[in-house]
Every structure is written in structure tokens, then in C-alpha cells.
Design a protein around this ligand. Sequence first.
Ligand SMILES: Cc1cc2nc3c(=O)[nH]c(=O)nc-3n(C[C@H](O)[C@H](O)[C@H](O)COP(=O)(O)OP(=O)(O)OC[C@H]3O[C@@H](n4cnc5c(N)ncnc54)[C@H](O)[C@@H]3O)c2cc1C
Length: 384
Amino acid sequence: MDLTFSDKETAFRDELRAWLSDNQPARRPAADAGDDAHFEWRRDWQRRLYDAGWAAPAWPTEYGGRGASQAESAIYYEELGRARVPVAANTLGILLGGPTLMVWGTPEQKERHLPPILSGEEIWCQGFSEPDAGSDLASLKTKAVKDGDEWVVTGQKVWTSGAQYSKWCMLVARTDSEVAKHKGLTYFLMDMEQEQVQVRPLRQITGEAEFNELFIEQARIPDANVVGGVGNGWKVALTTLMNERAGLGFALQIRLRQLLDDVIAHAGEKGLLEDALYADKIAELHIRCETIRLLAWKGLTDAERYGQPGPEGSLVKWLWSDTNQRATQLAADVIGPQALTSGTSWSYELMRSRGNTIEGGTTEVLKNIVAERVLGLPRLKVAA
Ligand SMILES: Cc1cc2nc3c(=O)[nH]c(=O)nc-3n(C[C@H](O)[C@H](O)[C@H](O)COP(=O)(O)OP(=O)(O)OC[C@H]3O[C@@H](n4cnc5c(N)ncnc54)[C@H](O)[C@@H]3O)c2cc1C
């Protein structure tokens, strides 16, 4: 693998860097300004990216992107991470919903939905997980029944990030209970603006309500909002899941690097770099950061070669989440009581990192994937 940028990639990076140095996000709202103010700040930033054609460079030009290659897309997220700008408000729409529609959507669905995803006018959320169906998504129970040219949906979703701001939900529901569980699912676009959909925010340990419970009681979805055909929901959902970490992974590993650099700077100021205990921990985290960076690029090379991300991506996510938790814990040790004081960015990082080993696939599930699909170990049989 050659990590040297081509002339085209260098030009892409330089153009983006120049734009980012001339265009900053609006001033970040105060920590206690509330979730809505932070969300609007991120939506404003997405609008600025959109106006300059930088909202989703990986999207094809016909849909408003730049047709960027996988390497350019990685550069894009690395540069956004390096510039420490906020995550765009409609990240789930850009990274998950849009690409899923590009593969499975009808021409009408693409024409209707892709432009407002990109501009951030219509926010999207992901209605997959349920109280008894997270890791084992295919066992979900939310039901959709055909009624004329509409579907009537009843059930409950949970951990639905950003649902309180969303116009559309990527909803997977059971449309046939008679067939094998993977085969009876259908993927819908559900309009969140109807009374039959109740959104209840769940407050996290950080104090913010990033995700929600969805209570769906006879919600109506027109047949035209089925994506990829009735009974084909599992395959469509896999497209969404495969896209989940493809781009953000690069931004996350840069943010981890910045966090570690900040910790090292603080440790230096406090003379802790001479302390063997701290020096040892920092050296280990440094090696982990480099390993994650190189594995992320290797994953990209594989994706370019084989046309899709491989199971090795699970290793990057597992290593990143574990390392981020260790780095934020070390930050608390280095910085002291201020890092445990509510409202500081250090306490936010420390507490938010607890969810890293759950979101986007738990560590146990990722370890199973690495064991079975990367190392070829026999499948674990769990007693009932
Ligand atoms: C910050 C955050 C944001 C999220 N946003 C969304 C969202 O927008 N939309 C959405 O649909 N979901 C979202 N989720 C949900 C997330 O995808 C699930 O939490 C995750 O898939 C785990 O499911 P679960 O919580 O039901 O746990 P379970 O699947 O019930 O797992 C419970 C425990 O059992 C372990 N376990 C389960 N199966 C196995 C196995 N086969 N082998 C070994 N151990 C196993 C797990 O590792 C875990 O420790 C979010 C979660 C978080 C933390």
C-alpha cells in the first residue's frame, strides 16, 4: 500500500484546506446553551459546506457531490477533523440514507430526497434498534401491514439518534411473520411529522439527549416510500450499515489523535512526561493511534480493490472505541478534578466515550466478526 498522495489528491486536500481556513463555523454555543442551539449550529455549518459544494464530496456529481474517490473522501474527513469543525447536522442522511437511496431508491425517491438531505433542509434518522433487537437486528418486531396503497406501522424503536430533529426515518419493519426472520423485513421512509409517531428524548450521562425512543401507533407510510422492494429490507439495511462507518472513521481517528496531543501537552506542562507510569501509558496510546490510522487506510485500499468495505473495518471500530476510552481516562488522570467537573469539554469527552463501545456495533459483536470472518475461527455456539 502506497500512502503517498497523487497530484490530484494533493490538489483536492489543498483546495479543501484553503476553504476551511477561509470559512469557519459560527461561534460554538455555550456548553449550557441546550441541545437545540447546538443542533442549529451544526445545521448552519452544513449549510455553509453545502453552499460551497463541500457537503458530500463522495456523492456523484449528478446528485450534488464531487464524485470524490475513496481516498479523497478519507482526506475530506481527515481535514474536517483536523480543522476541528462540527459534525454536519444531517450526517446520517449524508453517510447512510443518501448512499442507500443511490443503490436501492427509485428515480422518484432519489429526485425527491437527495437534494434536501445534502442541504440539511430535511434531517434523517435511523430507526433500526428496538428494545429487544439491537445486535440481533433481524429479530425486530415493529410491524407494517398493507392497507390499500399505504402501510400501517405499529411498534417501538429505541436509541434513535437525532429523531427529535428529523423529518424522515429509515425504518425497518416486519411485513411477513411467516418466513425466516431475515426475509420478512421491509425498508421504509417514514415521515416523522405525523401524530402517530411520538418521539421521547432519552437523556444521556453527558446531560444531552442525543437519542430517543420512538413510539409508533398506526403510522401511515405510502407504498411509494418502500425502498428496495417488499421483503428485501434486510439487504437494504445492510447497505445502510456498511456505509455507517465508512467515512466517519477517518474523522474519529484524527479527533482521537488531537485528544492525545492535547493530553500530552497538558502532561508536559505538569512535568508528568518524566513519570514512567504516564510515559508508558502515553507511548501505548500513541502506538495504538498509529495502528488505527494505518488500519483505516488499509481498509480503504481493500474497499477500492474489492468494491466494498471488508470485515476488517470491525477491528478499526473496536480498537478506536477502546483507545478513545483509555485516552479520555488518561486525560482525567492528567488534568485532575477539572476533567470531572460537569460542563467542561474534558468531562464531556470522558462520559461520551462510554457509548463508543456500544454504538455502531458492540465490542463483543465486533470481536465475533473479527474471530469468525477475519481469523476464520469456528462459530461460537451459545447455550439457550
Ligand atoms: C450513542 C448511541 C447512538 C445510537 N444511535 C442509534 C440510531 O440512531 N439508530 C439505531 O437504530 N440504533 C442506534 N443505537 C443503538 C445501537 O446500534 C445498539 O445499542 C447496539 O446495536 C447494541 O444493541 P442493544 O443496545 O440492543 O444491546 P444488545 O444487542 O441487547 O446487547 C446487550 C449485550 O449483549 C452483548 N451481545 C449481544 N449479542 C451478542 C453475541 N452474539 N455475542 C456476544 N455478545 C453479545 C452485547 O455486546 C452487549 O454487551 C445507538 C447506540 C448508542 C450507544
